[in-house]
Ligand binder design. Structure first.
Ligand SMILES: [Zn+2]
Ligand SMILES: [Zn+2]
Length: 139
């Protein structure tokens, strides 16, 4: 896996430092759209010299190099995930979990916004996840 990742980094012009690789693996592993804070807390034991600034800078580089996607869900804390297949998000307003759901694309009549060319659209859903809903029913 390390060799594969080194190849990915090389293609994107990212030099493969241990910290960078570790953060990449963490994102690959957790799939929970972590914040800078979460990544820092999870890796600090293993990488005692790690700082939040480093985590932030590595993520910034990854975003620039299109390895990582910044999930914009309207909260003030940015959350991150590896660039994978295009998908939408469901944000649970009870437990704050961000779920990956199949990509939702709404047909838009371009006459509604004349003159604008649409390049991308992002549909995020908010609500209550099955886990939280279940808890509400049973308690
Ligand atoms: Zn929930
Ligand atoms: Zn996602």
């Amino acid at each position: 896996m390390t060799e594969t990742l080194k190849k990915i980094f090389k293609e994107k012009g990212v030099s493969p430092s241990y910290t960078r690789m570790r953060i990449y693996y963490y994102l690959d592993d957790c799939k929970t759209h972590p914040t800078v804070d979460t990544i820092y807390k999870e890796l600090i034991d293993e990488l005692p010299t790690l700082s939040k600034t480093t985590v932030y800078n590595v993520l910034k580089l990854f975003v620039e190099k299109e390895l990582v996607y910044e999930v914009n869900i309207g909260t003030n804390e940015k959350r991150y995930e590896l660039v994978i297949e295009k998908h939408s998000h469901f944000i649970c307003q009870v437990c704050n979990t961000i779920y990956d759901i199949p990509y939702i694309c709404r047909p838009i009549d371009e006459d509604v916004i004349p003159g604008f060319e649409i390049i991308d659209q992002e549909v995020n859903l908010k609500g209550i996840c099955p886990n939280c809903k279940h808890k509400q029913i049973t308690t």
